[in-house]
Design a protein around this ligand. Structure first.
Ligand code: PLP
Length: 448
């Protein structure tokens, strides 16, 4: 079956019958169906009826260099022709994977010189925890297995990564989650802090909570703290200034590994390869990444970890084997796509471009704060969230049945703009190539 032989309505029907999409609200989906997208170029997508939309979501926080680049297609095709697959187990390697691992060591902060390749962000987070367990066991710290993460965080959709995540909406009663070694603390969202509290007081409260949580569980039992530098799916929450450095210091004090989940914030989204050091001044023990690493041209994730961890797990004389990996670890085609993607970001100086246009995007988006339902517009560089509220003073929310985020997104879609609804929020993360005119279109359309 070829999609050019199908009418759009037949395609929508087939999709309803056979494709179980992520996060489908089945009742709504059965009524509305999905929008079939036929083409994507730069910041734009075109549906199968030929209507064009500006995709301000960047696919799903991932189309960093923009889609439809012939150079990317050529690099992928060339690698496919030459060698579409290579066994990644240790007696063999492939050139793109080796080159990419070396490149990541160059780009990542501190001594993060080692990479476990995965199929996406969730498996990068899963791999990071397997690595942490192995590391702690190799050190003889057999009880040091507990994880602390934050409410409202998103770390993926495997059983483990979803359990580490803390979004209430992703933890419905119909699902079970791992709870015996995963603990959640507050989301650092100053907009929702108690009325009258200063930002400094709020920060101190958050830090006390983390330290207290470590002490309550027991420092000998806490293995790692997981944090996104800026919450993505949780609604682009930027923690109070100093939060990351102070939480990092607490982790170091108690020998707790710091895992920075940069699946969204790396590869230029915040104007740097990685945000941990260049934006927030911390050198984590592990960084997990995916999405922008290939700009969505191929599925790929990476768990990049420190020399310190590597020295322990590979210590000579113990016959140690980190028994973990996937058929597609270091897939040559995905790695070739990542290398070309990085080359393009470097050649077109897209990091600098984000530093130039990001403040304009934020500033223009903030003009929407005068609208009666916009409680807050927040974000940094090319991550932004509009928080819709029923009442700006009390910050109370609309009834969930009203589905305000989706209604806004649907209306924007009619007007040729894609924004992502998350309950009462609308989030955006456009390609790094977005222009001022396109930013103006986003703001104008949302105001409408
Ligand atoms: N971690 C973060 C911070 C994410 O935003 C996501 C996805 O949005 C993931 C992990 C999971 O990545 P993937 O969907 O590629 O498995």
């Amino acid at each position: 079956m070829n999609n050019t032989t199908l009418t759009t309505s037949a395609l929508v029907e087939l999709d309803k019958q056979h494709f179980t999409h992520p996060w489908t609200v089945f009742d709504v989906y059965q009524q509305q169906g999905a929008l079939p997208i036929a083409e994507a170029k730069g910041c734009y997508i075109t549906d199968s009826n030929g209507k064009r939309y500006l995709d301000a979501v960047g696919g799903l926080w991932c189309t960093n260099i923009g889609l439809g680049r012939t150079e990317m297609a050529d690099a992928i095709a060339e690698q496919c022709r030459q060698m579409a697959f290579a066994n990644p187990f240790v007696d063999m390697t492939n050139i793109p994977a080796t080159q990419l691992a070396a490149k990541l060591a160059e780009l990542a902060p501190g001594d993060l010189n080692h990479t476990i390749f995965t199929c996406g962000g969730s498996t990068a987070v899963d791999s990071s925890y397997r690595l942490i367990q192995y590391y702690q066991n190799c050190r003889g710290k057999h009880d040091k297995k507990h994880i602390i993460s934050r409410n409202n965080s998103y770390h993926g959709s495997t059983y483990l990564s979803m359990s580490i995540g803390g979004k209430a909406g992703d933890h419905p009663v119909e699902f079970d989650f791992i709870s015996d070694f995963i603990h959640h603390i507050s989301c650092p969202n100053f907009y929702r802090a108690a009325a009258g509290m200063s930002e400094a007081e709020y920060l101190q409260q958050l830090l006390d909570e983390l330290e207290q949580k470590i002490l309550t569980i027991g420092p000998d039992k806490v293995a790692a703290f997981y944090a996104e530098p800026i919450f993505g799916a949780g609604g682009v929450i930027v923690p109070p200034a100093g939060y990351h450095q102070a939480t990092w210091a607490i982790c170091k004090k108690y020998d707790v590994l710091y895992v920075s989940d940069e699946v969204v914030t790396s590869f230029g989204r915040l104007g740097h390869w990685f945000a941990s050091w260049d934006v927030f001044g911390i050198k984590p023990d592990i960084i997990t990444t995916a999405k922008g690493i290939t700009s969505g041209y191929q599925p790929l994730g990476a768990c990049i970890y420190s020399d310190r961890i590597h020295q322990v797990i590979s210590e000579p004389g113990h016959g140690r084997c980190f028994a973990h990996g996937f058929t597609y670890s270091g897939h040559p085609v995905a790695c070739a796509a990542a290398l070309k993607n990085i080359e393009i970001i470097e050649r077109e100086q897209l990091l600098q471009r984000v530093l130039d246009i990001g403040p304009y995007f934020q500033q223009q988006m903030k003009t929407l704060q005068d609208l009666p339902i916009v409680g807050q517009v927040r974000g940094q560089q090319l991550m932004v969230c509009v928080e819709n509220v029923r009442d700006k003073v009390s910050k109370s929310l609309f009834d969930e049945e009203l589905d305000i985020g989706k209604r806004i997104a649907d209306h924007a879609e009619d007007l040729g703009l894609i924004v992502r609804p998350i309950v009462h929020l609308n989030v955006m993360s456009p390609p790094l190539t977005i222009t001022k005119d396109e930013v103006d279109f986003i703001v104008r359309t949302l105001r409408q």
